[in-house]
Design a protein around this ligand. Structure first.
Ligand code: FDA
Length: 300
């Protein structure tokens, strides 16, 4: 975000939530599970897969964590019942990672059992760097405990990611590779766009060379093009990887990727706690933030 955009996003924070809501819904399926099911059906009809995310942040009690687990269980059952081509994405802090790691592990195991029963898969999202080690350690424990239906996320902006990938290659890890959504200090993170892009491509090549399944999660057209070139050079089958994009972002690019015959999954968040998530999306797309403010000014 540059210096012009900062005050713009701050201005959005001052607006009452009901005014922001219609614009936030551009990135979110809706508040209810039924809304998410409807959106996934539409995506599936367009030959796009989905992964569902129940929105929720800043969980600080075991009771809240258990409520989040129940909500995720319902998602897994709904995917099965409605025969959707969709998986589940979760954040470990929602399940109590920062309250008690054993409690969190047991919550995730419960979900993985349900997912396994339905032949489904759960992706553990990556949060900020205060959670990286704990998240990767828990993932490793799940894999050594016999869970194969679980994947992890690696952030190309982090300097540690190359070592993390080397550690997980022998497990034939299923990775979503993204740039990283959190502002991290330069001591641990690459800062320039070029450094992040080149690390992204280095990590992608490491994963593909080791025949790990990769979710190529980016809307950056330069990265998408370079990734396609790498895939072609490696003569990879289209079942060895997928592209991933966020709901509501770069619709033309995602249609082109699918039209060219690649698999693509859309990350579909839903739930009542839509506000914090949509503010992060506005930050990443100042153009939309302008649209929100302009629409509010001109409607009066
Ligand atoms: P970049 O930010 O350069 O964007 C490329 C282009 O896409 C720009 O033109 C931009 O305008 C547009 N664009 C990008 N984001 C947009 C948005 N929100 N709205 C509108 N336009 C947008 N991060 C993380 O730390 N942990 C995680 O678990 C995940 N999970 C995840 C799943 C999926 C499916 C995706 C696609 C991304 C994530 N991310 C994530 C987020 C990721 O780390 C990163 O912050 C964003 O994808 C933006 O980076 P890009 O690679 O898209 O490039």
């Amino acid at each position: 975000m540059n210096l012009i955009h900062q005050p713009l996003v701050s201005a959005l924070h001052l607006l009452p939530k009901p005014l922001v809501k219609p614009f936030a819904m551009h990135y979110i399926a809706g508040e209810k599970l039924d809304d998410a099911v409807r959106v996934v059906r539409t995506l599936n009809a367009k030959k796009m897969m989905a992964t569902l995310d129940v929105l929720g942040e800043n969980i600080s009690t075991r009771e809240e964590s258990l409520m989040a687990v129940r909500a995720c269980e319902k998602v897994l059952h709904a995917i099965h019942e409605h025969r959707l081509n969709a998986t589940l994405s979760v954040k470990l802090t929602q399940f109590g990672l920062k309250i008690d790691e054993e409690f969190c592990t047991s919550n995730v195991k419960n979900l993985l059992e349900i997912a396994r029963g339905h032949g489904n898969f759960v992706r553990i999202d990556m949060e900020d760097s205060t959670a990286t080690s704990a998240t990767l350690n828990l993932y490793e424990r799940l894999r050594s405990g016999g869970f194969e239906n679980v994947g992890v996320v690696i952030q190309a902006c982090l300097r540690r990611s190359e070592e993390d990938i080397k550690r997980f290659l022998p497990l034939k890890v299923n990775v979503r590779l993204c740039k990283g959504a959190y502002v991290e200090p330069e001591t641990i993170a690459f800062k320039s766009r070029d450094e992040i892009r080149s690390n992204y491509l280095r990590l992608l090549k490491m994963l593909l060379d080791a025949r790990c399944y990769v979710g190529i999660a980016t809307h950056d057209e330069v990265l998408v093009q370079s990734a396609i070139q790498t895939l072609q050079e490696n003569h990879l089958e289209k079942t060895c990887y997928e592209f991933q994009m966020l709901h509501g972002v770069k619709m033309a690019l995602r249609a082109k990727i699918v039209g060219d015959g690649h698999r693509l999954r859309v990350y579909v968040p839903f739930g009542e706690q839509w506000y914090a998530y949509s503010m992060r999306r506005f930050k990443e797309n100042p153009q939309l933030a302008w649209t929100v403010l302009r629409a509010l000014v001109y409607r009066n």
